[in-house]
Ligand binder design. Structure first.
Ligand SMILES: [Zn+2]
Length: 314
């Protein structure tokens, strides 16, 4: 199968989260985390968005630069197995060459010091998706769990417009509800929720209401299924629990909207039977068993997210 996963925190995972014990062993090529190239390249095609995420207390100094340097070092060390892509064309060439197609995103404007100049710097370095916040409220917006009534400030709206002008997709996962609707109003085109599920099934503020999902659908964007158990349901969370979110989004007319955004290496627990990128095929196999059309599954697991990217670099 072909897989395009829209969100992982593997770059931070490789650096080790402060307080999370000994450093993980390995590199992007092969490691003990959820995501590595070795497992990804066993697929027919593998594209992955790597998020650059961290916060001040992690002691990285310049957060963006530190994360980017680590990412770049991994890309250099694994140049035979992965290429940084800025467009759909780039991804197609990478896949044709038997490599993984890597895309870069920033998760949280605070990674860029909420600075428009740094947003431009990030775009130049290849960042193609801009998550306006993580869970912590920042200078330009409140989030789904902190200062939840606060939408995008004037500066926030300006940065969101600038990101689009620079060829980035706006990512609304983690945003406050008012912030979501601010993005909806200003986007004028596709925007994405890279790793969010259905609030109707799992009432966590990180998840999307049905109206939010429909708004993303109507703008031609995508919503990536998040595999963190906390956003899927209560009790024992299995592949079946994840499929309920897929079914719900399909019931909302999400055939061209639904994608995958596993949150791998960014979440503490995954559904029973899923240990990493290698097991996402189990979701597809379960859907195949239920008789879902191949074409629909190709869209969900690969095509929809690929379609939302610019065909060519700006
Ligand atoms: Zn996240």
């Amino acid at each position: 199968m072909k897989l395009f996963d829209g969100h992982c925190d593997t770059v931070l995972g490789l650096m080790g989260r402060p307080g999370s014990g000994p450093l993980p062993t390995g590199s992007l090529r092969e490691n003990t985390l959820h995501v590595d190239l070795k497992r990804g390249l066993e697929l027919e095609a593998y594209a992955q968005v790597f998020a650059l995420f961290g916060f001040r207390e992690m002691g990285f100094g310049d957060i963006f630069q530190t994360l980017y340097d680590r990412f770049q070092a991994e890309m250099d060390a694994c140049a035979d197995a992965v290429s940084l892509c800025r467009s759909r064309e780039d991804a197609e060439s990478a896949v044709k060459a038997g490599k993984a197609a890597a895309f870069l995103s920033v998760e949280g404007a605070e990674v860029l010091d909420c600075s428009p100049a740094r947003l431009e710097e990030a775009a130049e370095k290849g960042v193609r998706s801009f998550g306006i916040c993580w869970n912590r409220a920042n200078e330009i917006t409140g989030t789904c769990v902190q200062e939840t009534d606060r939408g995008l400030s004037g500066k926030g709206k300006d940065m969101a417009r600038l990101a689009q002008k620079l060829g980035m997709l706006l990512d609304v996962s983690h945003l406050s509800d008012p912030g979501f609707w601010d993005v909806e109003r200003l986007s004028g085109g596709p925007f994405i929720a890279t790793h969010s599920n259905a609030r109707a099934l799992c009432p966590h503020p990180r998840n999307l209401t049905d109206d939010m999902f429909r708004a993303i659908r109507d703008h031609g964007g995508t919503v990536g299924l998040n595999l963190f158990t906390e956003f899927l349901g209560e009790g024992e969370v299995t592949v079946e629990t994840a499929l309920r979110h897929i079914d719900h989004f399909l019931d909302l007319g999400g055939e061209k909207t639904l994608a995958i955004g596993g949150d791998l290496d960014g979440c503490e627990s995954l559904p029973t039977g899923i240990a990493g990128i290698q097991d996402i095929r189990k979701l597809r196999e379960a859907l195949e068993c239920r008789g879902y059309e191949e074409e629909l599954l190709d869209d969900i697991f690969y095509g929809n997210l690929m379609r939302v990217l610019p065909v060519q670099d700006l």
